[in-house]
Each structure stands twice: as C-alpha cells, then as structure tokens.
Design a protein around this ligand. Structure first.
Ligand SMILES: Cc1cc2nc3c(=O)[nH]c(=O)nc-3n(C[C@H](O)[C@H](O)[C@H](O)COP(=O)(O)OP(=O)(O)OC[C@H]3O[C@@H](n4cnc5c(N)ncnc54)[C@H](O)[C@@H]3O)c2cc1C
Length: 434
C-alpha cells in the first residue's frame, strides 16, 4: 500500500464524509472548480458533512503534517492553492434558515447566493449578494463582498454577525464582535486562510421594490456612453448603485441576439427604494445613445443576478483588478484610447463605489479600501494585455481588488497587513491553512 493510499484509508476512518485520492472516481467531481483555468490537485479531498467532520479533517491534517485548503464552488480558485493539500470541500454544508423578524439568515458554508436569495426573497428581504448568484457565500464574504447594491448598504462583510470556524487546533469557535474579536475583524475582508468556516450569520435588508437591470448600447457609441455615465453616476444619490461594462461577448447562441459576437457597453443600475424614483434617476443615462437592448424594471428579489448577467456555467477565468481614486473625463479618454474591440477582454467593468461602501463598518474589519471611487476589473477566458490598466495608471491605486480574490495580488495598507499577519500566526502558528 503506498503512502497516499494509507492516508486515504486513515482519513476515511476519521471522518463521515466521502474521501477521494487522485486515482479514484469521485476525485474530479469533488475537486472540480468553477474556474476551469485552474486545476485543483490536492493529495486527498474530503466532502465534509458537518462542522464536526470539518474539525476531524483539520485535526487529521495537523497530525500528519499536511496543509489544508478549503473550497466550496471554486469561483475563487487560484493556481496551486490546493496542490498537495488535504482539501476540505464544504459543498455539503447546506443548512439555511431565515429569521424574517430579526432580518437575519444563518447559512451553511456550502450554499451559494442563489440558495440564499431564494430563501429570503419571499420575505421581501435581500442579502448583500454579489453579481453572480452562483458564487459561494463564504468565499465572497471572506473577501469583503462587493454587491451590486453595496452603495446603498455597504460591503457584505460589514453585515456579518457571526461565523462558525474550525481553527488549526481542531476546535470549533463561534466568532462574533464580542467573542474572538481579532478573528471577527480578520475574517471580514481579510481573505481567509484562518480556518474552515462552517456557517455564517448575516443581516438581511428589507427591499419592497427593487428597480434594477442593465441598458446595452452599441460599442461604436462607447465614448458617448462612458462620458455620459461618468457625469450621470457622479450626480446619483448614494442609494443608487451603478456600474458600466465594455462587453466583448462571443457569438454564442444562448446570448441575446443584440449582444452576440459584438462589442457593446452595458450600464447597470440598481435602486432599492421604488420604481418611480428609480426610473427618474436612470432616465438621463438613456439619452446617451440609442440603446440596443433595455432590461431594466422592477426585478423579483431573487433575480438580482440579472443586473450583471454574469455567465453562470463553469468557464476558464482570468481576472485583473484594481481601484480607481477618480474618473475624470481625461481618464475616460485614456481608457477608450487604450482599447480596440479586437483586443478588449470579455468584460472590462467599472463599478461605482462611494455611498455606503465608504462608511466605516459598525464593527471595524480588515477592509481598508473604503475611500476609492471605482473598481476596475478585466475578465477574460485567458490572460490578456493590461493596456486599460496602463492607460488609467495616473488614477489607479495599484493595489489589486480586495473583494476579488482570484485576481492579481492585493496590496493592503501596512497596518492592516501587519494585524492580519499577527492574527494568522496567533491562530495558525504552523500555517496549516493555505
Ligand atoms: C463570475 C464571478 C462573479 C463574481 N462577482 C463578484 C461580486 O459581484 N462581488 C464580489 O465581491 N466578488 C465577486 N466574485 C469573486 C468571488 O467573491 C470570489 O471569487 C470568491 O472567492 C468566491 O468564493 P467561492 O466560495 O464561490 O469560491 P471558492 O473558490 O470555493 O473559494 C474561494 C476561497 O475562499 C476560501 N473559502 C471558501 N469557502 C471557505 C470556507 N468555508 N472556509 C474557509 N475558507 C473558505 C478559500 O480560501 C477558497 O480558496 C465573482 C467571481 C466570479 C467568478
């Protein structure tokens, strides 16, 4: 029996969930990531059935000198993150309950935002989910959580009430503001690597009417649209959320005909305080150019994903992101001059920050980028040139995007980085967690 086979057998004794090694059927399904550009190659993988199972797997790894990686959906998988580790797949931790009166939800780490939206929408309540409902709740929250509704309500991580966490010592801790305050600070925006989160408790927001969606313009009018967007967005009240994306979508049959195989510009908008006011706020943007498709209106709360309409199926993903301090007209010109439709990535988007994104969290956390004005993100199936980032350099932080973990590395401010490092060495002194 080789060493790995022995390890697999011993782990099967220690946990209740399924265990697979690289040569076994089941390994590919258990390790497969949404991001098909990343091959996830742990030494062995366990599908934890509950918190106790996750804790048993952590103790097993610690006792045998193995590192631990954690994966739910693999939206944030990065090359090498699980190589040679014991990978804990949290996908089976599916508990989910909503307390409509308290406006909170308790969510097992295996849920995606789509599961949470389906449970909260019937109560007229929304979580601060991201643009893609297929993204996992926990990975998103650990990164900070930039929601299409964030200008109205803040970062999703600011509205976490508690985590259940298995730490490197194999113990299960409840982490909240008054209990384990260091971990509570670090888990909200620090990016993870401190343990296995098995469940979270979050705030929900009453949204009786969500006016939201996207308006699409032809790429040939990108200059008019981007300049109009810049001026329009700047004048919006803080509860009005907006982003703009240059789209270079392939000619796939499932895409709407006006967007298929064409360079287009999407202006996304969300207003959580009623359709009349929402339509009034959006109206000036509709005159920037003749839209080729309008998909804005009162959205069912569980259709939040329609604002961005991110691709839902697994695909290879390369991302590069940064923060912009300002978007003056010169920056728009520079961005436009850097791009030709032929070289544009699949998606190049600017999301407006400000509003509630810029306010401090009720309980401080590791998100240290509250004063930026916009995010800039390029997404493509394969690495592509960084001309737009070069062109925007005078206005860029050069700091990466804290909420988008799969992208380029994040530069945190030195104080935040030092506190995160100190908490990591206090709770995970042997760097068990990747
Ligand atoms: C199409 C798409 C749209 C996106 N939209 C947004 C958006 O609108 N806003 C935004 O902020 N982000 C967005 N993201 C980024 C996303 O939030 C991150 O990629 C996030 O890491 C995904 O989390 P996951 O659990 O789905 O992925 P996974 O790859 O399963 O997890 C990512 C990492 O999180 C950690 N992790 C996950 N679960 C646990 C756990 N239970 N315990 C401990 N650590 C854990 C691990 O380190 C893991 O490597 C988007 C990504 C994609 C691909």
């Amino acid at each position: 029996m080789n060493e790995n086979t022995k390890l697999i057998e011993e782990l099967r004794e220690a946990v209740a969930g399924p265990v697979f090694g690289p040569d076994e059927a089941g390994y590919a399904a258990e390790t497969g990531a949404h991001n098909l550009a990343v091959e996830v190659r742990p030494a062995l993988v366990v599908g934890a059935l509950d918190g106790r199972d996750a804790a048993a797997a952590v103790r097993f790894a610690a006792g045998r000198g193995l590192s631990v990686a954690v994966q739910s959906t693999g939206h944030g998988a990065v090359p090498g993150h699980a190589d040679g580790t014991l990978l804990i797949n949290t996908g089976r931790l599916r508990e989910l309950s909503v307390d409509a009166e308290a406006r909170t939800a308790r969510i097992g780490a295996g849920n995606r935002w789509a599961d949470v939206l389906a449970a909260t929408a019937p109560h007229g309540l929304l979580p601060l989910a991201g643009s893609a409902p297929g993204v996992g709740v926990v990975g998103y929250l650990l990164g900070g959580g930039l929601s299409p509704l964030g200008r109205a309500f803040g970062f999703a991580a600011d509205h976490v009430r508690a985590f259940e966490l298995v730490t490197a010592d194999g113990g299960i801790r409840r982490v909240e503001a008054e209990r384990e305050p260091d971990l509570f600070w670090a888990l909200r925006g620090g990016g993870g690597g401190l343990g296995v989160v098995t469940a979270v408790e979050i705030d929900l927001f009453p949204v009786p009417h969500l006016y939201a969606g996207a308006v699409y313009f032809p790429g040939e009018r990108a200059a008019d649209v981007l300049h109009a967007y810049r001026a329009w967005q700047e004048a919006l009240p803080e509860a009005a959320c907006a982003s703009v994306a240059l789209l270079n979508l392939p000619p796939l049959p499932h895409l709407p005909e006006p967007l298929r195989g064409r360079f287009t510009v999407a202006v996304r908008f969300a207003y959580p305080h009623g359709p009349e006011e929402g339509a009034r706020l959006l109206a000036p943007m509709l005159t920037a150019a003749e839209p080729i498709m309008e998909a804005v209106g009162e959205l069912p709360l569980d259709a939040l994903g329609m604002i961005h309409s991110d691709p839902a199926d697994p695909m290879p993903i390369w991302e590069h992101g940064d923060l912009l301090d300002d978007l003056p007209a010169e920056a728009v010109d520079a961005l436009l001059a850097s791009l030709t439709p032929e070289q544009a990535p699949l998606v190049l988007e600017l999301r407006a920050l400000g509003g509630a994104f810029s306010r401090p969290a009720r309980h401080p956390n590791a998100l240290d980028t509250r004063d930026a004005a916009h995010t800039l993100l390029a997404v493509n199936p394969f690495p592509i040139g960084l001309a737009p980032f070069e062109a925007l350099r005078p206005w860029l932080r050069g700091a990466g995007l804290p909420t988008l973990r799969g992208a380029n590395p994040i530069a945190r401010d030195p104080e935040t980085a030092a506190r995160l490092a100190a908490i990591k060495s206090a709770y995970d002194p042997t760097a068990l967690f990747r």
